[in-house]
Each structure stands twice: as structure tokens, then as C-alpha cells.
Design a protein around this ligand. Structure first.
Ligand code: VG1
Ligand code: CO
Length: 543
């Protein structure tokens, strides 16, 4: 076997976004494109010599090829060992767990998460650090700087290796260890939750539907829910991972998980429904006839987490991304623990989790997780919900109603405007930013603007700063809207408008969400002018 050294011109567009580098698959198929980025990861993190990595992905189109390339590059760069999921498959939380359990030097995860897959859709790659979490901005900046430069990449010239059988093989001087992608993760879940209580609930007739959306969680959910917990066969639907996710968006929200939503809102709905995304780190929670918004889910999980054995000693703190509703803050206050507000993206929770200052974290984008790994974790959230349902004996709708009665209800919605002309979107955000100083005191749609700013974050652990993380306009009654540009899209710009209104009065907590938010929606249009400036009269996706 020979090590080949190839010249690379460097690529100016390999800047990681909210969660790794995401591009159209065909861009990744450009000769040398993947290799350049992988070499940049290795070089920017001190070289691969003697190191151990975890490698796996969500199984989307090109996952199989990319895994072979990365293995040959790791070997050519002197890595000692790569632990890879069988078939090149690992969910994002399972990869995070392996990185930590095996005390490796990090890991490479292949996924574009909730973005569709296929030769004409999206692919992605990201590097996680030894704590198991997404690389912080200082590291992604260094990778980007290296990826831009003209340089070389090294790769072993050899045949593909078999990744379908468990065990160790060698590739040049490197050991390739193929592991069961599910076993270690499932064992971790058994340490956190009361599996006996959940099993007893299923045995007593509790019914559930889990939509794996033809993405990576299929094998995990089947093993844990139907295997270990005794849920009825057929509980998991769309459980076979497919390279194109069956042609769908593996995005667990009411729009893309419509089949599950229809069943849960229908006459024969099971007791509990859930879905997960492409790489298994997101979750959607639905009760019989009752959708749970991700912000509310985070708050309910924080409220009841102590019923689960893994959280019985209580929570150190709760953290949420800035656009996520303040519902979790009110729970933190009641529990007497700190609440943190971070920029969008899981990498910003890493330091808080490592320092033991936050135990549970969440984002409005269907992501929740805890200090058990350093990624958000879809099945973890589903299992914590199941543990809470088993411990309280209450249905989802009752838990939610009780939560609102105690803490008030935060009406919440996100409106996405996709594939907007990038220059237009940049100008819209730029103009709004420039207008911020003049907004306080202004009357809009019957409300008065109290504060308006562009969210900037200083990490309380290491003091690092991140500016321009989302524009927020808060009204005198506490209602607010937030506007930011997506950092995960691959086509044009996606504008995300986050809308929120607090309603403490139980008598007014049963309104339709969009109707309850109507004044905030009107105010956002008057101030930001999305419809007026882009011609988009309705959002593409409403969650
Ligand atoms: C989106 C979500 C963000 C999430 C990120 C990665 O980012 O808003 O909350 O952390 O996706 O999730 P953006 O920049 O498009 O708004 V996943 O499941 O793609 O790893
Ligand atoms: Co994801």
C-alpha cells in the first residue's frame, strides 16, 4: 500500500455553518473537495499522528464512499485507530457517546441532518472534539482557514475495506475497529431511565408510534423501543434507513412528519408519538390529539426530569438557545437553578455542560439533550418523556395543561422563508439591524417596543464572544420576535422568524397558536417587512 500525496488548490467555500460543512452532494463530489476538508480538519487540530477517532454518518447518499476515503486519509496521516460504526453508520448522539466512552481524540460525523439526501440533495461533514461535542468556533475557524489554503492531502492507495463485520482490521499502520452502532448507546440509555417502569407501562397496553423517517434512528428505536422496552411490533415506522430517506425531508416537524401528525390527531391515535431526524439528534413529541412545541417540551422535561434515575439528584442548570421560548427559564426559576441563553447551535452548550453548570439543554428547532453526551439527542428526549409518562401516569395533554396552569403558557411559532435571494435577505437583515436604535418606544400593531438588539454572547466559561446571533425585538408586554439567517441551508438564504407571547391566564391558554400570535406577526411584518420586501406572503414552513 502506498501513500499518495495530492496537490489541493484549497476551496474558498469550506466554511462550516451552524453545524458543520453542508453543501449540495454534487459539490462534495467535486474531485478533491471532501479530501481537502478532511485534511484541513486533521491539520487544524494538530495532525492525526498516533490519534484515535470515531467515524460514522447517517447513511445518506455518499456516506459509504466518504467513510472509505476518510479511513484511507486517516491511515495515510498516521492515525493509530479509527472506531467506525458497522456499515459506516452512527447517529450523531451515538457518535458523541463513543467519542467520550472511548476517550478518543475526536470524531468525524457525516450528515446534513434534517436536510434531504441524494445525489441532487445535501451532504455534510463535521468534526467533534474529544468532549464529544461539535467543534467550537475557534476550531471551525482554524479548519476553514486551512481549507482555503493551497496545500496537499494524503491518502492511502488501496481497496475499500469491509465495514459490515464487527471486529478489527488493519489499514496500513492503522487499526480499523468496526463496532455495533446501537449497543453502546442503548446501554447508556439504560443507565439514565427507568426501563422497568416504561416496560410495565407498555405491558399494560400503552401504545406508541415512532416515525424514524427512513433515517438513522430506525435501528436504534427498534432495538430500544420494541426490543428492550417491549413496545408492540410496528411501533417504529419508516425504520429502514435509506440513502435518500425515501425521498422525504428527514425533519421531525408537523410539516415533514405529516403522516405521524395525521395519525396522532386522528380518531385511533396511540397514546404517544415521536419522530427523529436524519442523524438522530432531533425529536418531535406528540400526544394523542396534542402537539408539544419543542420549547414546551424542553420546559416539561426540565420540570419532571428528576423522576428519571439519571437525573434524580436534580439539575445543575437549564440552557436554551436565544430564539427558544422562555418557558424553560420559568421552570429553572421555580427549581432555583440557573437558566442560560446561548446562540443557536449545539456547540454553544458544550462549555456549560463540561463545566457542570447546565444539565439539560434545548433548542426550539426540535433539539433537546443533556450532559450524558455533547450533542442533542432525539431518542433520549423520547425516553425521558416515556419515563415521565410512566412515573406520573398522566397523558401528554394533561402534563402540558398542568404545566401551563402552573407556569403560564408561552405561545410560540417559527416561520421559515426558504431559498430567498441571498442579497435580498442580507439587505433585509442589515436594514433591520441599522434600524434597531430607533425602535424602542415605537408603537407597532398596538404594542410598544421595549428593547431591540442584535444578540451577542459571551461564554461564561471561557469568555469567548460571538456577535450577530439574531435580532430580537421585545415589546412592553414581554412578547417578542427574533429574526436570523439560517446557517445550515445549501440554497439561497433561509430567513427564520421566531414569534413568542406569554399568557399567564389559564382561561386564555386554549387559543389557536397563530391566532394568539397575530399581533406579534403583524408587528414583525411592520418592522422587518419580510412580505413587503421579498414578496413572500406566507412562510414555507411553520413550526
Ligand atoms: C438549525 C437550527 C439549530 C440547530 C441546527 C443544527 O440551524 O435552527 O437550532 O442547532 O439547525 O441542527 P440554522 O442555522 O439553520 O437555524 V441539526 O439537527 O442540523 O444538526
Ligand atoms: Co440533526
Amino acid at each position: 500500500m502506498q501513500i499518495a500525496t495530492h496537490r489541493s488548490p484549497g476551496f474558498p467555500d469550506q466554511k462550516p455553518g451552524t453545524s458543520g460543512l453542508r453543501k449540495k452532494t454534487r459539490v462534495f463530489l467535486t474531485p478533491g473537495y471532501l479530501e481537502n476538508f478532511v485534511q484541513a480538519i486533521l491539520d487544524a487540530t494538530g495532525g492525526a499522528g498516533g490519534r484515535t477517532y470515531v467515524l460514522g454518518g447517517d447513511g445518506r447518499y455518499f456516506n459509504d464512499r466518504a467513510v472509505q476515503v476518510i479511513l484511507r486519509m486517516a491511515a495515510a496521516n498516521g492515525a493509530a485507530r479509527v472506531i467506525v460504526g458497522r456499515g459506516g453508520i452512527l447517529s450523531t448522539p451515538a457518535a458523541s457517546n463513543l467519542i467520550r466512552q472511548r476517550a478518543t481524540d475526536g470524531g468525524i460525523i457525516l450528515s446534513a441532518s434534517h436536510n434531504p439526501g441524494g445525489i441532487d440533495e445535501d451532504f455534510g461533514i463535521k468534526f467533534n472534539t474529544p468532549n464529544g461535542g461539535p467543534a467550537p468556533e475557534s476550531v471551525t475557524e482554524a479548519i476553514f482557514a486551512r481549507a482555503r489554503e493551497t496545500g496537499e492531502f494524503r491518502i492511502l492507495e488501496t481497496q475499500d475495506i469491509d465495514l459490515d463485520s464487527l471486529g478489527e482490521t488493519t489499514l496500513g499502520g492503522m487499526t480499523v475497529e468496526v463496532v455495533d452502532p446501537v449497543a453502546g448507546y442503548a446501554a447508556l440509555m439504560e443507565t439514565l431511565f427507568d426501563f422497568a417502569a416504561i416496560r410495565a407501562m407498555f405491558a399494560a397496553g400503552f401504545t406508541m408510534r415512532f416515525d424514524a423517517m427512513h433515517a438513522v434512528t430506525g435501528p436504534y428505536a427498534t432495538d430500544i423501543l420494541e426490543g428492550r422496552l417491549g413496545a408492540a411490533p410496528g411501533t417504529v415506522i419508516n425504520g429502514t434507513p435509506l440513502p435518500d430517506f425515501g425521498g422525504g425531508h428527514p425533519d421531525p416537524n408537523p410539516t415533514w412528519a405529516a403522516t405521524l401528525m395525521d395519525e396522532m390527531m386522528g380518531p385511533d391515535a396511540p397514546d404517544f408519538g415521536a419522530a427523529s431526524d436524519g442523524d438522530g439528534d432531533r425529536n418531535m413529541i406528540v400526544g394523542r390529539g396534542c402537539y408539544v412545541s419543542p420549547s414546551d417540551s424542553l420546559a416539561v422535561l426540565a420540570e419532571h426530569a428528576a423522576v428519571a434515575p439519571g437525573y434524580a439528584r436534580g439539575l445543575a442548570g437549564v440552557a436554551r438557545s436565544m430564539p427558544t421560548s422562555a418557558a424553560a427559564d420559568r421552570v429553572a426559576q421555580a427549581l432555583g437553578i440557573p437558566a442560560f441563553e446561548t446562540p443557536t447551535g449545539w456547540k454553544f452548550f458544550g462549555n456549560l455542560l463540561d463545566a457542570g453548570r447546565a444539565t439539560i439543554c434545548g433548542e426550539e428547532s426540535f433539539g433537546t439533550g443533556s450532559d450524558h453526551v455533547r450533542e442533542k439527542d432525539g431518542l433520549w428526549a423520547v425516553l425521558l418523556w416515556l419515563n415521565i409518562l410512566a412515573a406520573t401516569g398522566k397523558p401528554v395533554a394533561q402534563l402540558l395543561a398542568d404545566h401551563w396552569a402552573r407556569f403560564g403558557r408561552t405561545y410560540y411559532s417559527r416561520h421559515d422563508f426558504e431559498a430567498v435571494d441571498k442579497a435580498l435577505a442580507d439587505a433585509l437583515v442589515g436594514d433591520l439591524r441599522a434600524a434597531l436604535p430607533g425602535l424602542p418606544g415605537r408603537e407597532v400593531a398596538g404594542m410598544t417596543v421595549a428593547t431591540a438588539d442584535d444578540f451577542a454572547y459571551t461564554d461564561p466559561v471561557d469568555g469567548s464572544t460571538s456577535a450577530q446571533q439574531g435580532i430580537r425585538v421585545v415589546f412592553a408586554d414581554g412578547s417578542r420576535f427574533v429574526l436570523r439567517l439560517s446557517g445550515t441551508g445549501t440554497e439561497g438564504a433561509t430567513l427564520r422568524l421566531y414569534l413568542e407571547r406569554y399568557e399567564p391566564d389559564p382561561a386564555r391558554q386554549a387559543q389557536e397558536v397563530q391566532a394568539a400570535l397575530a399581533p406579534v406577526i403583524a408587528a414583525a411584518e411592520e418592522i422587518a417587512g419580510i412580505a413587503a420586501r421579498t414578496g413572500r406572503t406566507a412562510p414555507d414552513v411553520v413550526t
